[in-house]
Design a protein. Structure first.
Length: 94
């Protein structure tokens, strides 16, 4: 499989995940880069573990790996913003 096609697919997967999850995140470029880095991590683990995968299965695992980081970051940011908005002012110490 051509690495260019693989990079294109996992980059699109990272971008699409950011669009599906929605909310304010780090931006489209960050989603694409997070997707590529997640896919590289999955590919590294499968190659080091010497799991016998064909190209289609490797691409599916890579797409999953590309979707996980942007979704995690966006959901974490949503949760952090929600909990930050509920906080009240710190009590004053006399």
């Amino acid at each position: 499989m051509s690495y260019f096609i693989w990079l294109l697919v996992v980059g699109l997967s990272g971008w699409a995940t950011g669009e599906i999850v929605g909310g304010e995140g780090l931006g489209r470029v960050a989603d694409i880069l997070l997707g590529i880095s997640g896919a590289f991590l999955v590919r590294f683990i499968t190659e080091v573990g010497r799991f016998p995968l064909d190209y289609v299965t490797l691409l599916l695992f890579s797409v999953w790996g590309a979707a996980a980081p942007p979704a995690t970051v966006r959901l974490f940011l949503k949760h952090r913003r929600k909990s930050g908005s509920r906080r009240t002012a710190a009590p004053s110490v006399l």
